[in-house]
Design a protein around this ligand. Structure first.
Ligand code: NI
Length: 273
């Protein structure tokens, strides 16, 4: 499996989890022409077998290089960016939950789920395409996790997969602003994450970002069913450094708000479709 195959399979799974993202991409392509993917984000637990250190070889094998580290103390998360060997591959943003920062009961719930996961005899890249390999949490476990970490609750249900893909606004032709694209997506009826404002970041920070609110999907927990946030779509506009190169990093304060796209209260812009 090469990097192109990997991202193609990942996209197919992502649109199966959140069919709305395909509609949004179609809308942007119809309005502004072809789209390029800026980055893909993954989430994981810092638990044995699931750590970034154990899964990042997926990207290193494709020729990616680990770049900057980011800390999100209030969300109990840390993350690394990975830069691709070629410009036609996306950047990768890989975060993990510091499980030990949660309460004893929440930590036990996570360990209990992971201890029942099916054995992984797969490469790191294959594992990142496997989704959830542990049993569905119960409603009690889900609510316990959600109360402490929306990230942990999301991850317990969806597992290892793409959390979001991202349309590179700076690669659209002709030149349009992030604001224009986002307004167009909103007008088409897709609610946006307004945590920290509609547009996060600034040209001075070299990166502006916005994201949809994750689509609610019916999920059968181990003992009951409910609608749960699935995946969302991001839009990123990168600006150029003084040497003319596009900025390839991330902005921690903006990323922190983007994480909230899978928190059910993050939207404020009309009904979900
Ligand atoms: Ni992102």
């Amino acid at each position: 499996m090469d990097a192109a195959d990997f991202f193609e399979q990942l996209w197919a799974q992502y649109v199966a989890m959140a069919p709305q993202v395909r509609e949004i991409r179609n809308h942007v392509q119809k309005t502004y022409g072809s789209t390029v993917n800026d980055h893909v984000a993954f989430r994981t637990f810092d638990q044995p077998g699931y750590t970034i250190a154990e899964l990042e070889p997926a990207f290193l094998a494709f020729g990616y290089q680990r770049a900057e580290r980011y800390d999100f103390l209030d969300k109990h998360l840390e993350a690394y960016a990975y830069e691709p060997p070629e410009d036609d591959l996306p950047l990768v943003f890989f975060s993990q939950l510091r499980t030990g920062a949660l309460s004893g009961p929440a930590q036990r719930a996570i360990r209990q789920l992971l201890s029942s996961a099916s054995a992984a005899h797969s490469t790191p890249a294959e594992r990142l395409l496997q989704g959830r390999t542990w049993p569905m949490p119960s409603a009690t476990q889900y609510e316990l996790l959600e109360a402490e970490s929306a990230y942990a609750a999301w991850l317990s249900v969806w597992g290892l997969c793409a959390n979001h893909f991202t349309i590179a606004i700076h690669k659209l032709e002709p030149n349009v602003s992030l604001q224009q694209v986002v307004e167009s997506v909103q007008q088409a009826g897709y609610p946006m994450n307004v945590s920290g404002g509609l547009i996060k970041g600034s040209p001075e920070q070299l990166l502006e970002q916005a994201s949809t609110v994750a689509e609610l999907r019916p999920v059968a927990l181990s003992d009951s069913s409910r609608e749960i946030c699935s995946c969302y779509y991001e839009f990123a506009q990168r600006h150029r450094l003084s040497d003319g190169q596009l900025y390839k990093g991330f902005v921690a304060a903006s990323a922190s708000h983007i994480f909230e796209s899978t928190t059910s209260s993050s939207g404020g812009e009309g009904p979900a479709r």
